[in-house]
Design a protein around this ligand. Sequence first.
Ligand code: ATP
Length: 317
Amino acid sequence: MSDTIICLDSLTKSYGEVEAVRDLSFEIRRGEIFGFLGANGAGKTTTMRMLCGFVKPTAGGATINGLDVWRQRRIARAKFGYMAQKFSLYPDLTVLENLRFFSGAYRVRPNEMPKRIERLLRQMDLEEKRDVPAGSLSGGMRQLLALGCALVHEPPLLFLDEPTSGLDPVHRQQMWDLLYDLGNSGITIFVTTHYMDEAERCTEVGFLHTGRLLAKASPRRLKETFKARLLELDIKPVMAALVRLRETPGILGVSLRSGSLRLYAPDAERLLDHWKGNWPFPELTLQDWRWAEPDMEDVFTAYSQGYTEMLKPSERS
Ligand code: ATP
């Protein structure tokens, strides 16, 4: 069996003038937890919906397990589970009835169905809610039920479109614990997210920007692509400093992190040397400074804002 489960080959989708997905070519290996990141409107959902055979590509194509995602979509559909961004369950049906409905739709054998549903109820921690209508579950429980419904046919591949959107930190953690369990059991996961801490949890991450893939690598490798050092400053008053530094030559961007200011600058060491000798902002007080290790938020900012001077050229796509 090939190591590649999903293969995109110049996958493209236009809606009239809007080029939602542009010429995407990459592969995803079996067993990965692949995080697909990008700003609103970057093209993540459109890509996922093409891979699931719900939307016809304008050009190019993709395969799942060697099956063409559009021409062979009916056969390919049995090979994956899909959890949509919006509530895709039947709100008037109970938890149990939803699971039964999706089992039937995915043609789970009737003699297999009860034990599989019981296992999913246990796994999703929904045993006590089995007779509750899906519409009256909390947001977190609905997401867990939607995940359970996407798993009823025991697919080797899962597509999850922002599965933790709107969840509190406890339910986000619960969802990720489950995704890890699924990953450990050998299921490949393709997940879109806006949360950078979730990107850290993926084995591989792809950054999409206006329909194009900017980078794809493991979180560790992406962080290693920084060649510039990140300087963090404690300055008072902080909001005035944020505005002032953003318009300072040699600084590409500034972000506020737990009350400190993180600078995106190609040569922060030179700036710091200069400031140590001659602090140029009399209205601002520099209290402290330190070097920071890049995290996924920094990586995403650098790639999406085009701070290429801060990145190693060989690692850019
Ligand atoms: P979000 O994070 O907000 O869900 P996304 O990265 O998933 O965004 P898409 O929903 O794929 O982005 O949208 C990509 C682009 O394609 C957007 O400009 C969007 O307006 C456009 N688009 C998506 N679906 C359609 C459609 N059915 N008709 C017209 N334009 C569409």
